[in-house]
Design a protein around this ligand. Structure first.
Ligand code: SF4
Ligand code: SF4
Length: 346
């Protein structure tokens, strides 16, 4: 916590407005009963009175719907039927108040967008132009299990700055050089005192002690893939699933997409949209055959991918940051922690 600074709560708005002159700033903001990350300004204000946003900030780097290419189908046009890269904004941006689990999630999905063989230019440019100002969790939800997947309510590893809420003020603790530069650029901040730092450490210890973790996830690596695939419990796990896709939609570590063309009059867009392995259409072949036409096969795929295939392939833990969203919002209470317990017993 070297070089940590204090920001009085009543100064926060000024600080954010100042940062807005240098970055596009995304903040957690109230949206009805929930919180959502949105760009600061135009009536959107930061509201840090939240446990976590309903939708993760994944879409800031990887938009739910991303226009990739544009083209004309007008034969009169010289460049008709030629794909051109759509204009995109890669200017510096900052996600303020991101929870450590959601920052960890970007590291989990990075292995898919930044591989030795293939690099997704849009994901990478957005990721590399983003600063992450984390917000430690004083009161983790009962569904959080970040400490079991290599994270924690105050985990620093994937952040540029970590913020602690001390009640009447915030501590801003720099993690990376970029974070240190950012804090040094804010005028008039006092250094955190010894008693402030002591309080911050106590908050961290108390929050970590309240997380309901799951067992040792790396033990799944030793399990035989086919035995897990053919385990007897998948039909039962999937029985109540509605295939609504809420779990994958809210998950910060789900990355699947579909590409579609939309044409209006003579202008066309090629668009990348989030997709979900929980939908039957996801794997429907052009022939009409569907290798996952049964519900239990789709539910099994989701859990096997997150807890086994990813673990075996990337050596980067499991494909889950322990944010607990899928547990909180599944309408029929299907719980990844319980599925993990079933899998570990095979
Ligand atoms: S949120 Fe629950 S019911 Fe909906 S698809 Fe996911 S597991 Fe099934
Ligand atoms: S699988 Fe569930 S708990 Fe894990 S990152 Fe996704 S939404 Fe969060």
């Amino acid at each position: 916590m070297k070089d940590s600074k204090i920001i009085e709560k009543d100064r926060l708005e000024d600080v954010l407005n100042n940062l807005k002159e240098r970055y596009k700033v995304f903040v957690p903001s109230r949206d009805g009963d929930y919180h959502l990350f949105r760009p600061l300004g135009n009536g959107i204000r930061a509201d840090l009175n939240y446990q976590n946003s309903r939708l993760s900030p994944k879409g800031i780097i990887y938009p739910q719907s991303d226009r990739m290419f544009v083209y004309s189908i007008d034969p009169e046009e010289e460049d008709a039927f030629i794909m051109k890269e759509a204009e995109k904004d890669f200017s510096p941006q900052l996600i303020f108040g991101i929870r450590p689990c959601d920052a960890h999630a970007f590291n989990i999905v990075k292995v898919n967008f930044d591989t030795p063989e293939y690099k997704d230019p849009w994901w990478l440019k957005r990721f590399n132009s983003t600063l992450f100002i984390g917000f430690g969790c004083n009161n983790p939800c009962s569904t959080c299990f970040c400490t079991s997947v290599g994270g924690g309510p105050f985990h620093e590893q994937y952040l540029d700055v970590l913020m602690y809420d001390l009640g009447d003020k915030y501590i801003f603790s720099p993690i990376t050089d970029k974070g240190r530069e950012l804090i040094e650029g804010i005028e008039g901040l006092d250094s955190a005192s010894e008693s402030d730092l002591k309080k911050a450490k106590e908050l961290k210890q108390s929050a970590e002690a309240r997380i309901n973790g799951i067992g040792e996830v790396s033990l799944l690596k030793d399990k035989d893939t086919l035995s897990l695939f053919n385990a007897p419990f998948w039909e039962e796990v999937a029985f109540s699933c509605l295939n609504c896709g809420t779990c994958t939609f809210l998950c910060p570590t789900c990355w699947c997409f579909d590409i579609q063309d939309e044409v209006y009059k003579k202008e066309g867009d090629r668009i990348r949209n989030w997709d979900s392995c929980m939908f039957p259409l996801f794997t429907l072949h052009g022939s009409g055959h569907n290798p996952r036409d049964k519900k239990f096969q789709r539910v099994r795929q989701r859990f096997m991918h997150k807890l086994k295939y990813y673990l075996d392939r990337y050596g980067n833990g499991i494909q889950c940051s322990g944010c607990g969203r899928c547990v909180r919002y599944c309408p029929v209470n299907i719980d990844i922690r319980e599925v993990f317990n079933l899998m570990i017993q095979i």
